[in-house]
Design a protein around this ligand. Structure first.
Ligand code: NJP
Length: 263
């Protein structure tokens, strides 16, 4: 049974990378798909492609999730034009790999505004209707960096730890309304993320063989839509490493030193 047919799926950061693949797959499965990002021209060309390929009902809106007023205006427009959300995928985000003392307050504030406050603002827009309808699904793209913090990831990890903390509390709060909250924690994924996070390209090169494809991540996310999956952790070996790290952090840091200092 295709559980997404006729459902409304909103994806932030859908102009490329993981968000685009999630939107593409949701559209292919018959969802009414709403794509949000800052790059409107990219969204419009994706809209045309998805409409042609899948005959999909696709809507696009320009949105910078770090702008709280814009979040409010755009979501109101979506509710008026498209309808209420069945699934919200909070995917917009970025990282910058730098040591803590090389990171200034402006960079920290900007990243928190997108990765954390933006995600919270979008969630708050869809929650009232989800609670009223006693159904819905919030899927938050966090990271393995929200489970294991490594050098040059202090700021990025802090934002993703925040996303996991927020999501874990939210899941309990909305459980009684039949609303699901899933966190998605991928390892490195081959996307434009690294051209922002790792300008030199050296980290991306050193871990190229471990990189996931955005299509793989998207398949897991879309496959879990409207189910009560708590977390999606991938790849499996990194999930296992994350569990060991939680149990024995000191030992894991000692033996994992070589891997931890790859950035
Ligand atoms: O990155 P990329 P990913 N307001 O750069 C949008 C997490 N993750 O797909 O606004 C609204 O290809 C941007 O669009 P635009 C990562 O932390 C990744 O890899 O037009 N949208 C684009 O569509 C992030 O949360 C890896 O520039 C904004 C999208 O976000 C998510 O996965 C590993 C925005 C970014 O696409 C997607 O990242 C991991 C804003 N202010 C977690 N700023 C990885 N790639 O290795 C950016 O564990 N966007």
């Amino acid at each position: 049974m295709n559980q997404l047919k006729g459902k409304t799926v909103i994806v932030t950061g859908a102009s490329g990378g993981i968000g685009l693949e999630i939107a593409r797959l949701a559209a292919e499965k018959g969802a009414r798909t709403v794509l949000l990002a800052r790059s409107l021209a990219k969204l419009e060309s994706i809209q045309a492609e998805l409409a042609e390929k899948y005959g999909a009902e696709v809507y696009v809106y320009q949105l910078d999730v770090s702008d709280a007023n814009m979040v409010e205006q755009v979501f109101k427009k979506i509710f008026d034009t498209v309808g209420e959300a069945d699934v919200l995928v909070n995917n917009a985000g970025y990282g910058i790999f730098k040591e803590a003392d090389q990171t200034d307050a402006k960079e920290a504030e900007a990243m928190f505004r997108v990765n954390v406050l933006g995600l919270m603002a979008c969630t708050n827009m869809v929650l009232p209707a989800m609670k009223r309808r006693r159904q819905g699904h919030i899927m938050n793209i966090a990271s393995q960096a929200g489970k294991i913090a490594t050098p040059k990831s202090s700021l990025y990890s802090a934002t993703k730890f925040a996303v996991l903390g927020y999501s874990n509390a939210l899941r309990l709060e909305v459980m009684e309304y039949g609303i699901h909250v899933t966190t998605v924690n991928p390892g490195p994924v081959e996307t434009n993320f690294f051209s922002i996070a790792d300008e030199s390209g050296s980290y991306a090169k050193s871990i190229a063989r471990f990189m996931l494809k955005s299509e793989e991540v998207a398949a897991k996310v879309v496959g879990a839509m409207l189910t009560n999956k708590r977390e999606i952790n991938l790849p499996g070996w990194m999930n296992a490493a994350g569990k060991l790290y939680t149990l024995f952090p000191g030992t894991a840091e000692f033996f994992g030193k070589k891997a931890f200092f790859k950035k």
